[in-house]
Design a protein. Structure first.
Length: 304
């Protein structure tokens, strides 16, 4: 049996808590099948739409103080983790499987000198029209960019993860055969200040955080579930080609040829390559094909 880190995209979790709960009912079925097969499961998830929603709610409120961004990230970890625990736990109960699930509020250490702090690139929150985005730039001081033809979104810095503060707790839970939900939203980004850790206003890419976590816990497989069935070259064009089993070397050639969008697929590919280099397996697949992907029968499979 394998130790699997499963990375769920924040956009795949819906636009509000009600929609998220419904979507997770379907996702949990696939996760429980893995558990039934005896695999050790660690679940990571994005939080771009969710943390943006939380942050904007506090910013627009006239009756509550503005909430710092790290605290908004912690809130998103809590409520997404609760929904995941609830959905998976309900499916486990239906099948009389006695396993515990724990969501860990996770701090991920980053370098305060990471150049990403000078170049915000990570989209968060809702999609807006050009007019709405210009208003937010003026009134809130946000950095807004066009996101893959879907509208305009706020962007924040996205530093690379260095380490996971709660890694010992995660390893202990896995040793005791529990299901772990961690590095939610890429983790709460923190920097070292002497003997202390301080939260910073940023969002760590959840796939980079998932790859770092998978490395730390010596996982066998990293699965990144997203909105498309495979990685494609010439995506959206008549000559689009799905990539199935592919080498790291071939992927690196395609990256150099600039086949992948820096704001969507490229971070997933780079994170997958980083993990697969150590004689491991990375998979990028759609939620709909999750079960087949877990069996290495769907998605883009990258082997080191």
């Amino acid at each position: 049996m394998s130790r699997i880190v499963l990375s769920l995209g924040g956009n795949a979790l819906g636009k509000n808590p009600k929609e998220q709960k419904e979507l997770l009912k379907d996702i949990s079925v696939h996760i429980v099948e893995l558990i039934k097969d005896g695999h050790e499961i660690v679940i990571a998830h994005g939080n771009g739409p969710q943390v943006g929603m939380i942050n904007l709610s506090f910013s627009e409120s006239t009756s509550t103080p503005e909430m710092p961004f790290p605290e908004c990230g912690a809130m998103s970890q809590g409520y997404i983790g609760y929904h995941l625990q609830n959905a998976i736990g309900n499916d486990l109960s239906k099948q009389n499987i006695d396993k515990s699930i724990a969501s860990i509020v996770t701090q991920v250490i980053v370098d305060e000198n990471d150049p990403a702090f000078d170049r915000p690139t990570k989209p968060i929150g809702n999609f807006y029209t050009l007019e709405e985005s210009q208003k937010l730039e003026k009134t809130m001081g946000y950095n807004m960019v066009e996101d893959s033809g879907r509208g305009y979104r706020r962007v924040v810095p996205s530093p690379l993860p260095i380490d996971v503060k709660e890694k010992s707790i995660i390893k202990s839970l896995l040793k005791d055969n529990h299901i772990v939900i961690t590095v939610g939203g890429g983790g709460i980004p923190v920097i070292r200040k002497g003997y202390t850790l301080e939260g910073v206003a940023a969002v760590i890419d959840k796939d980079n955080a998932s790859a770092k976590l998978a490395e730390i816990i010596d996982a066998d497989i990293l699965v990144i579930l997203t909105a498309v069935d495979n990685v494609f070259i010439n995506f959206g064009k008549p000559n689009a080609e799905a990539l199935h089993n592919i080498s790291i070397e071939r992927l690196e050639t395609l990256i150099a040829e600039k086949h992948f969008d820096e704001d969507s697929m490229l971070p997933k590919i780079k994170a997958s390559i980083k993990f697969a280099r150590n004689n491991k397996i990375s998979i990028i697949a759609s939620l709909d094909n999750a079960e087949a992907a877990f069996k290495l029968e769907a998605g883009t499979i990258i082997k080191g």
